[in-house]
Design a protein around this ligand. Structure first.
Ligand SMILES: Cc1cc2nc3c(=O)[nH]c(=O)nc-3n(C[C@H](O)[C@H](O)[C@H](O)COP(=O)(O)OP(=O)(O)OC[C@H]3O[C@@H](n4cnc5c(N)ncnc54)[C@H](O)[C@@H]3O)c2cc1C
Length: 432
């Protein structure tokens, strides 16, 4: 009987566990939190109180793993929101044309989404959830991970395992475990964004015409917001402030901060809405990427997954979609056998992460408030993207290219396709 243990039962851990189905007889998913059946909030996922979008690419991956999942979510009240038909984007200060880009997202509160995915994973025979167990550390034998020590109420237990996956989020421990064994540790890339989220759920008094309004930061105002429909008539108001320009949490301050970026109809709707929760905050100091794919030496029997490998700037809404893509990659790696599993998986994951990281860095570094090295190509690309965003205010082809690229439906090079480039050059000149 083969046994795999996944450490962390958030979206990353659950999607890693799904990839293991069919390759291991038993799969245990450990989390230190109770895992509420009603999909409620829990301490280990504090970000769940803020806007969480599943992009169309993530939806496709989720439906591949759990056929019918997103339709079931929609039937239960989640929204499938068409970009830009039902969604209004103002990026870098430019309101994007309301064309059908073919892209979309699924909007639910994060606990509803995670609860549904957890229920699907738990349905697989051989999968066991182990809540309220703290991960103490791995068990090594002859340089290989052969299990993991967990603790509940002070009582420790060893779970013997053929494979252990660290999916404990950005505080994931694999790096420290490598260091404790005297093994090389992965380099860390960081983009300091000094960001704060402040969010609350509200209920507008009258139906709001769009399903999502998203206004991004602009140079000189590193703040923005999302006003997003959620299940059962709830709306999430999420404000973000980067580079230390953080949203306040008192009622008047929250609305005053929103005034800096929101159009009048959103301001009016939020001001008139009934609050369903208090204003909750989340601090995000930096995007963080651990370069496991560059290690020459890594203990067999161990993998790292999800935010433990790369924690993206959340304003781009890509973390769960990337985790779903990593799950697809892990499944494929497992099908190809056990030899050098970690090396093959880390390289496959790096191919997924690379373009997303670069795209996000480009967005972050377009703000003069964000510190970081700007190469000549970064500066040139950012000038191009700024022009593309201007053209996308009236040109559906430019808007579609941009939205589908940041939605991870196509590679970043797509915004340089000749048809898009021509429009950017001509349209940019015409409108500037
Ligand atoms: C404010 C914010 C907004 C975001 N918005 C979006 C969005 O719109 N779209 C999107 O796709 N992504 C978004 N993300 C990213 C998304 O939340 C993560 O990518 C996603 O949750 C996958 O992360 P993970 O499962 O790898 O780690 P986490 O979600 O951090 O989960 C780690 C898990 O490990 C458990 N754990 C930790 N330590 C231990 C231990 N010692 N013992 C046992 N268990 C332990 C925790 O309880 C938790 O369940 C956002 C992130 C933030 C911070």
């Amino acid at each position: 009987m083969t046994h795999a243990v996944v450490l962390g039962a958030s979206m990353g851990g659950l999607l890693a566990a799904r990839a293991l189905v069919g390759s291991y007889d038993r799969i245990t998913v450990v989390d230190r939190d109770p895992l509420p059946e009603d999909g409620g909030h829990r301490r280990g996922v504090p970000q769940a109180k803020h806007f969480h979008t599943i992009l169309l690419r993530g939806e496709q991956a989720l439906d591949g793993m759990f056929p019918g999942l997103t339709d079931e979510l929609v039937a239960a009240g989640a929204l499938r929101v068409g970009f830009n038909v039902d969604a209004r984007f103002v990026l870098a200060g430019h309101p994007m044309v309301r064309a059908d880009t073919g892209a979309s997202d699924i909007q639910t509160t994060r606990p509803m989404l995670e609860g549904a995915v957890r229920a699907k994973v738990a349905q697989h025979p051989g999968v066991r959830l182990l809540p309220e167990h703290d991960v103490v550390g791995p068990v090594f034998e002859n340089g290989r991970v052969v299990g993991v020590k967990v603790a509940r109420d002070g009582a420790e237990e060893v779970l013997a395992a053929d494979l252990v996956i660290d999916a404990m989020g950005r505080s994931g421990r694999a790096r420290a475990w490598l260091a404790s064994l005297g093994l090389p540790t992965p380099a860390e890339d960081r983009i300091e964004v000094d960001m704060m989220y402040a969010s609350r759920l509200v209920r507008p008094p009258v139906p709001f015409p769009d399903k999502l309004v998203l206004v991004g930061p602009v140079p000189g105002r590193p703040t923005g917001f999302a006003f997003a429909a959620q299940e059962h008539g709830q709306w999430m108001v999420t404000q973000v402030g980067m580079a230390g320009d953080h949203p306040p949490t008192d009622e008047a301050g929250f609305l005053a901060f929103l005034e800096r970026s929101a159009p009048p109809d959103v301001l009016d709707a939020v001001a008139a809405s009934a609050p369903l929760t208090g204003i909750r905050t989340h601090r995000f100091p930096a995007s963080l990427r651990r370069r496991y794919e560059r290690l020459r030496q890594f203990p067999p029997g161990l993998l790292v997954f999800g935010d433990a490998m790369c924690s993206f700037n959340p304003i781009y809404g890509q973390g769960m979609t990337v985790a779903a893509m990593e799950s697809e990659a892990l499944r494929k790696c497992l099908r190809d056998g056990e030899a050098d599993l970690a090396g093959r998986f880390f390289r496959a994951a790096a191919k997924i992460i690379d373009p997303v990281w670069q795209l996000n860095a480009l967005g972050d570094l377009a703000l003069p408030e964000i510190t970081g090295h700007r190469s000549l190509s970064t500066k040139a690309l950012n000038r191009y993207v700024a022009r593309l965003q201007r053209v996308a205010t009236h040109d559906p082809v430019a808007a579609t290219a941009f939205i589908r690229t940041i939605g991870l439906l196509q590679p970043p090079s797509s915004i340089l396709r000749p048809d898009v480039l021509a429009r950017v050059v001509v349209g940019g000149v015409r409108r500037s």
